[in-house]
Design a protein around this ligand. Structure first.
Ligand code: AMP
Ligand code: ZN
Length: 454
């Protein structure tokens, strides 16, 4: 039985799905205006493990993780780069996919984009207007927090204390400072970049919160099991999603369990682009740090606790994985029918206690090292690898792990050479190097900012 900490009830609860034959989970995905930092990656890795666990316990699991491709940050990025919204969001969506694949994250079942769900968003806003939960004002449509007395159930905020909207609300004719925007009119930049849609309330674009309510409804229906995201989204984003969805669909529970991952921090401060303290997944990868090392580093700390990022986190993870991979020398587990360790699964079932599951792997490693019986050693190793792979670790063979380490330097050297060749407009050499890398089994792609990913 799976137990999960539910932010809504502030308790660790037994997970009882609405329908055991089909578990449904929605997680807030990236805003695609830049490449992912490891804080974003933490959220993806955590729900990736939860997805694997649920799949192993229940017949069918639908996991929806959206792409936020309508947002001020994307519009600003397109405007600054003199580019189109579409090319910015397409480019960064692809980069996100590549980076998450590098750290062994599986794809979600559906990955809806806000731009592809405008009709649903408009439909939902219409329900809210018809039922008196929303109102039009000064070409905007707002959600009225006072129309939903349970507002604050997730975050503990009280309607009377809400003033977060007051500063931005000036001149927007809100009835209450906590009211938030569902639809806003197009401005000059929106017209310039075509980032607007027709609606019954004029040309404009949706607010961020309504996008997630509409996409979860479109792909999972009114009620579903789990809603996840980083703890930064608890308020106001998730609180507002609850208010919108439960107001639009009277009697619905919306999400039954709310799961939030803790922050990834630097010097105890949230990793965030606005604080200029981000470490990007792709920069770590191009610096020769293996995807599995990044993944291990993100899994080492319990998902609800803050994870402070230091040089040590990477080096310790590298050392541990080296130790684990050494056990695989001469072992092929491809045809093995070994099972994932029971203790390992039990740890995951206990509110996704991944550090405890990793401790089980360490214990297994010790046993493997101690035993002299070759048969037993092989059996233990097979179960050890099966368990590690359950959470996306030890996906490579001993040879691949240790040889790619050596080749890293060489790959980096060749990429640097190719960059220099391209700068000199020596495209012949650049193409030859690309071919040479291909022969080594390395495919490369050039990024907008002049860097190369492989
Ligand atoms: P964003 O691209 O900012 O919309 O965020 C995408 C996901 O990453 C959301 O679930 C966020 O809560 C999560 N996230 C962003 N920054 C961090 C951080 N520093 N630590 C943990 N999760 C984060
Ligand atoms: Zn969301």
């Amino acid at each position: 039985m799976v137990r999960l900490y539910n932010t809504l009830t502030k308790k660790k609860e037994l997970f009882t799905p609405i329908n055991k034959a089909h578990v449904k989970m929605y997680v807030c995905g990236p805003t695609v205006y830049d490449t992912a930092h490891i804080g974003n990656a933490r959220s993806v890795v955590v729900y990736d493990v939860l997805f694997q666990l649920l799949k192993s316990c229940y017949g069918k699991v639908t996991y929806v993780r959206n792409i936020t491709d309508i947002d001020d940050k994307i519009i600003n990025a397109a405007n600054e780069k003199n580019s189109s919204i579409e090319s910015i969001s397409t480019y960064y969506t692809q980069a996100f996919h590549e980076d998450m694949k590098s750290i062994n994250c599986a794809e979600p079942t559906h990955e809806p984009k806000a731009t592809e769900n405008i009709d649903r968003i408009i439909e939902l806003i219409q329900y809210l207007l018809q039922s008196g939960h929303a109102y039009k004002s000064n070409r905007h449509v707002y959600f009225s927090v006072e129309s939903y007395p349970e507002y604050g159930a997730l975050s503990g905020k009280k309607i009377d204390e809400l003033d977060h909207g007051s500063r931005v609300g000036i001149g927007e004719n809100k009835k209450h400072p906590g009211d938030f925007v569902l639809w806003k009119p197009a401005n000059d930049i929106d017209y310039k970049l075509s980032s607007y849609w027709n609606s019954p309330w004029g040309e404009g674009r949706p607010g961020w919160h309504i996008e997630c309510s509409a996409m979860s409804y479109a792909y999972l229906g009114q009620d579903f099991d789990i809603h996840g995201g980083g703890i930064d989204l608890q308020f106001p984003h998730h609180e507002n999603e609850i208010a919108q969805s439960k107001s639009a669909f009277v009697g619905s529970t919306f999400a039954k369990y709310w799961v939030h991952n803790g922050f990834l921090t630097v010097n105890k401060e949230k990793m965030s682009k606005s604080l200029f303290n981000i470490v990007k997944v792709r920069d770590l990868l191009t610096n020769g740090i293996k995807g599995e090392v990044i993944r291990y580093a993100l899994l080492k700390t319990h998902y609800r606790k803050p994870l402070d990022w230091t040089e040590n986190v990477i080096s310790e993870s590298q050392e541990t994985l080296n130790k684990f991979y050494r056990l695989l020398r001469g072992v092929s587990i491809e045809k093995s029918d070994a099972e994932v360790s029971k203790d390992f699964i039990e740890a995951l079932k206990n509110d996704l206690n991944i550090p405890e599951a990793l401790a089980v792997l360490h214990e297994m490693a010790t046993k493997i090292n101690k035993t002299n019986n070759e048969n037993e050693k092989l059996k233990l190793t097979e179960s050890f690898v099966k368990s590690a792979r359950f959470i996306g670790l030890l996906e490579l063979s001993y040879e691949e792990w240790f040889t790619t380490g050596v080749n890293h330097q060489e790959i980096k050297r060749l990429i640097d050479l190719r960059r220099a060749a391209k700068q000199n407009k020596d495209y012949d050499t650049a193409d030859k190097i690309r071919e040479q890398l291909k022969q080594m089994g390395v495919s490369i792609s050039d990024n907008e900012d002049g860097t190369t990913t492989w």
